[in-house]
Write a protein that binds this ligand. Sequence first.
Ligand SMILES: Cc1cc2nc3c(=O)[nH]c(=O)nc-3n(C[C@H](O)[C@H](O)[C@H](O)COP(=O)(O)O)c2cc1C
Length: 184
Amino acid sequence: MKEKKKILIGTTGGIAVYKICDLARLFVKEGFSVKVMMSEKAAEFISPSVFQAIIHFPVYVSGLPCRDENGLDHLNLAHWPDIVVLAPATANTIGKIANGIADNLLTTVVLALPETTPLIVAPSMNVNMWENVFVKENIKRLKKRKNCYIVGPVKGSLAEGRKGRGRMAEPEEIYKITKRILGV
Ligand SMILES: Cc1cc2nc3c(=O)[nH]c(=O)nc-3n(C[C@H](O)[C@H](O)[C@H](O)COP(=O)(O)O)c2cc1C
């Protein structure tokens, strides 16, 4: 039997985090094994138990011990996935990863990934944040990593009521790109 592809979703404290439930559902429906790790801020926005109900796997939250029933810790978690999808990716987490800062579970796992593991980053933020010179620099730095794909953000209505580029790419788009990169 063909082995299921393994997808690790990393989700951070952006307003688009609720859309990641749909993304996780799409992956599960397709038959992928899905695990979710959340920043503490993401876990303030949406309960980890919502993801747990969708993916049927433990959800890892930064700040809490990272051990599953097999004793899997954060460094093993970095070797588990075939691909990592960081969505929504906040300016904060993008900045940390781009500068090699590993101060929570999520950033530690992303920095500990083998370079051969594709990393999809789907930023989501206010238009001024997206256009900020430091954020732009951080995105450039992320692109230096082998197998790093920046998806979006797209133009549209933003949560604060303005229009502009900053909206996270839609879950269906991220799903299609993930499948394309995995070649399935
Ligand atoms: C209601 C609310 C919505 C937010 N949405 C975003 C967002 O879409 N993008 C972003 O970069 N930061 C956003 N922030 C700010 C982040 O939550 C903040 O920078 C936080 O430190 C991010 O932590 P994390 O990257 O560890 O998840 C938002 C904050 C609040 C209170």
